[in-house]
Design a protein around this ligand. Structure first.
Ligand code: S3P
Length: 454
């Protein structure tokens, strides 16, 4: 068994490396059967809960991408041994409260999920830890997690909203009842993870449902989790404190947020027919596929079944004529990472697409609202931002051309490369380096289906 590359304090390899531009060209129909790599959200959670469990956890299908590896290294730095065993990973958990002292700085690279979820874990340990990340992560707001965690007892040095941050947890965390001011699965998860250490019950109330992988996986590892839908439609998630988790066998399904790019490629290359196997189809993640169906896309779900507590199935996509639609704000959480790709698809549709209530897009790896609109305009598409809404006027075809600035954002890079596969003129992006954070096999996988890059 090989151990995951040992944890290194504060290196910033992404910034140090040279930008790698790439061009996508109009492609012939793409076809074939593929699998996308494991879901990023579930992969982070599997490593964290495995480290907090007692005994050994085996994780199959873990996403081997930079974002997830920072979580693996952080858990390793805290004493949970993470090793590869054939195609799977094994984690030797230390129990909730059993993690060791972290030496030096924990570097979370580009990953908002890793840093925010780990803050929830660290809240329960009386040790002083410095958290940092790359230039993109160091611009992203942390007060959304720090505020509830401080209520529970986490001490935060300085009055700061961004990394680098120094924090000190405590063994005497207080359980809280916290209503999320923004719909964020990361904030919900950080509080529930901290709640594992607190005596009594910790409750998070969310105004709109966000991805529920933490709740599902906590149960899977044996924690006591109660989910109530309240009279006003909000949901309350309660975790029992002083929890004991037991090592488990986790199977990570394919990431629907990565599948979204393949679905889009099939839709924009006429004559395409693609099957994507083993995709996570949790209803808190399927807003993109539902919206595409509203737009007239031919997407079929095959063989829906449950695997390790999550719904999974195959997706069959055939290229289709799309029409513009209104995407209501209530749908935002269930497709928050897919808006750049949806906006690009809206440019290939006939008519206007209005995507409403996208304030959260402004605080992702880049300001995705602005970056998406700018990239579309650079490709000859009529697109504008009105407040928190994005409006795209589709004409059925996209001119393309131009170079899109990815702004250290993997999803902006993949969105505009995918758009280029169906555009009249080639589309270049300034740097594909960040794609490794979530979907390292994006280019080879699409090339294997017939897509043209370079
Ligand atoms: C994630 C939650 C979402 C999403 C991110 C992954 C998670 O962020 O954008 O890519 O795994 O919990 P928010 O919780 O900030 O909406």
């Amino acid at each position: 068994m090989r151990s995951v590359k040992s944890y290194q304090a504060s290196s910033n390899s992404n910034l140090a490396s040279m930008p790698q531009p790439l061009t996508a060209r109009r492609s012939a129909p793409i076809s074939g059967r593929v699998k996308v790599p494991g879901d990023k959200s579930i992969s982070h959670r599997a490593l964290i809960l495995a480290g907090l469990a007692i005994g050994r956890t085996r994780i199959e299908g873990l996403l081997e991408a930079d974002d997830v590896m920072v979580t693996a290294r952080a858990m390793q730095a805290l004493g949970a041994a993470v090793s590869r065993s054939g195609a799977a990973f094994e984690v030797l958990g230390q129990g909730v409260g059993g993690l060791a002292r972290a030496d030096g700085v924990l570097d979370f690279g580009n990953s908002g999920t890793a840093s925010r979820l780990m803050l929830g874990v660290l809240a329960g340990y009386p040790m002083r830890v410095v958290l940092t990340g790359d230039a993109s992560l160091c611009r992203r707001p942390m007060s959304r997690v720090l505020k509830p965690l401080a209520e529970m007892g986490l001490m935060v040095e300085g009055n700061k909203d961004t990394l680098p941050l120094t924090v000190e947890g405590t063994q005497d965390l207080l359980p809280i009842v916290y209503e999320l001011p923004v719909p964020s699965a990361q904030v919900k998860s950080a509080i529930l993870l901290a709640g594992l250490h607190a005596p009594g019950r910790t409750t998070v109330i969310e105004p709109l449902p966000t991805r529920d992988h933490t709740e599902r996986m906590l149960r899977f590892f044996g924690a006591e989790v109660d989910v109530q839908t309240r009279e006003n439609g909000t949901r309350a998630m309660t975790v029992g404190g002083d929890a004991e988790l037991t090592g488990a066998h986790v199977v990570v399904p394919g990431d629907p947020s990565s599948a979204a790019f393949l679905v889009a490629a099939a839709l924009v290359c006429p004559g395409s027919d693609v099957v994507i196997e083993n995709v996570l189809l949790n209803p808190t993640r399927t807003g993109f596929f539902e919206t595409l169906r509203d737009m007239g896309a031919d997407i079929e779900i095959l063989g829906l079944h449950d695997e390790a507590g999550e719904p999974v199935g195959d997706l069959q996509i055939r290229s289709s004529d799309l029409k513009g639609v209104r995407v209501p704000p209530e749908r935002a959480a269930s497709m928050i990472d897919e808006y750049p790709m949806l906006a690009a698809l809206a440019a290939f549709a006939h008519g206007e697409t209005r995507m409403e209530g996208l304030a959260e897009l402004k605080v992702k790896e880049s300001d995705r609202l602005a970056a998406t609109a700018a990239g579309l305009v650079a490709c000859g598409v009529e697109a504008r931002v009105e407040g928190d809404d994005l409006i795209v006027s589709g004409t059925g075809a996209v001119r393309g051309g131009g170079v899109v600035e990815t702004q250290m954002d993997h999803r902006i890079a993949m969105t505009f490369l995918t758009l280029g596969l169906g555009a009249e003129e080639p589309v270049s992006v300034d740097d594909i380096g960040m794609i490794a954070t979530s979907f390292p096999s994006f280019v080879p996988l699409l090339t294997g289906l017939g897509a043209q890059f370079g």
